[in-house]
Every structure is written in C-alpha cells, then in structure tokens.
Design a protein around this ligand. Sequence first.
Ligand code: SAM
Length: 258
Amino acid sequence: MNYINFDRVAEVYDRTRAVPMETIIILTREINKKLQITFGSPPYQILSLGIGSGRVEKYLSSTDNHLFGIDISELMLKELKKKGLVESISILQADACNLPFRGKFHLTIAIHVIHLIQNQEDFLNEIIRTSQMVIFGDVYTDAYQSKLYSYFLNILSTLGWTKQESKSINDHLVTAMLKHGFEVEEFSETIYNSQDHASIFESLQKRYFSWLWDVPEPIYQQAMKLLELKIRDEEINLNESYSTTSSVNLQIFKQLDN
Ligand SMILES: C[S@@+](CC[C@H](N)C(=O)[O-])C[C@H]1O[C@@H](n2cnc3c(N)ncnc32)[C@H](O)[C@@H]1O
C-alpha cells in the first residue's frame, strides 16, 4: 500500500483546492454525456477512487447515478461524511489497489489521484477488473500563474531541491490500458479565473500543497524566509488578486467491445 497521507490536510482540503463551479459543471456535463453515449439511459453505477472529501465528485451523485467512493484517508472521508451525503454516496475506506468490489461499474473515475499511486500494476488490475469505462483527470486552479508560487519554486531550486512534475496520467498506464482492450480519448477545457496571493502564500506557509511534504525541513524553512524577504522587497500586497485559469483535463478510457 503506497500513498501520501492526506489526513494532514483533510480539514482545509476543499478551501485550499477550490475550483469555480463552472469547472464542476463542465466535469459533470462531460461525464454524464459519456455515460449516456456509452450505456444509453440511466441508472449508472460510478466508482470514485480517491474520492477524498468529495470536493468535485460529490456533484456526480444524482437520481441517475449511484456514486460509490473509496479513499485510503480516514479524515478525508470524514470531511465527505460531514457534507451529509451518506444517503446518496456509498462511502468506504479502502485502497484503490485492492478494491472490495466483485461486479463491474459503468464508470470508474480517479480525479487528481493517479500521481499518488505507486503500485501501478495492482491499480491497473483492479480498475480493469471492476470497470467498463475509466476516467483519469484533474480539476484545478493553476498555481503556476502565481508569481509567489514561481518565486518559491525558483528559490527551492537555487537551494538544490527541484519539484518533480506530477502527471495526471502516466504513459505506462495508458499503454497498459490500451493493451487491455481500452481506447482512449482526451478532453480539456479551461476558463479564466482569479485568485489572491494570500491563498497561495498560506498553502506554501502551512505546507498544504502535497508536493511540499517531500521538501527537506531545513531547505523548506530557508526557502520560506527567502520568499518572505522577496515579498517585502517587491512590496507584494497579499490581498491583491492575480489572473489565472481553472481547467478540467480528462483521459477517458472505454472498452472497445462496448
Ligand atoms: C489529491 S487528493 C484528491 C481528492 C479528490 N479526488 C479531489 O479531486 O478532490 C488524492 C486522494 O487520493 C487518496 N488516495 C491516495 N492513494 C490512494 C489509494 N491507494 N487508495 C485510495 N485512495 C488513495 C488520498 O487519500 C486523497 O484523498
């Protein structure tokens, strides 16, 4: 079982990874469209792997869809349960690499999850065993357009630590899915948005970004001090907003014989 423990950010997860409602509408519209084209009329059974607090996934539960959600983090699931959706979402604490289901779901989704899965073989076997259609994807507001975020990444690399790109899809997984009789299609849509510097600063300062958990403590501490100096020297007003974008990126896998 390999995962990064999201318990530590469960309580702040939705607030620090907020996306505009418009992106959620794009996500649900695309998913419902694919379900209808592929399987005809509802009801559909959907499994969300790494559902977490249900930040975006909770909107997939409807009278047409029965949503199942699993996650390894007890506290992320606790946040989802607080939303009072236990009647419409079946929630289980489980590992995506060892699923407690026998039958096949119409659709399995993993939103912002697969970069965290290290045991790709088990993960792959489980989704193939339990899914007719699979969607990997991300729904996010781009932090790279924040100058504070860029400054921080530059400072870290001058201190000898470079952030690895987290990929929403990995090539090995795509090749393996194709070999197992799935075809793949991509979907991407981006909208304009804005965010304040303060929220990026808070996520850096409190280590809410999960990639920050890998940065060695002394390097992190020094980088934060340098960032604070930069903010002071450039007189950056943290209450000001900057322009950014929010995106939905999906990779949709369908079994060819559907
Ligand atoms: C970045 S969060 C995304 C949560 C949610 N899908 C969203 O987009 O808001 C990743 C989630 O995947 C979960 N996770 C990581 N590895 C997992 C595994 N092997 N099995 C089940 N859940 C896992 C984490 O606990 C966390 O809740």
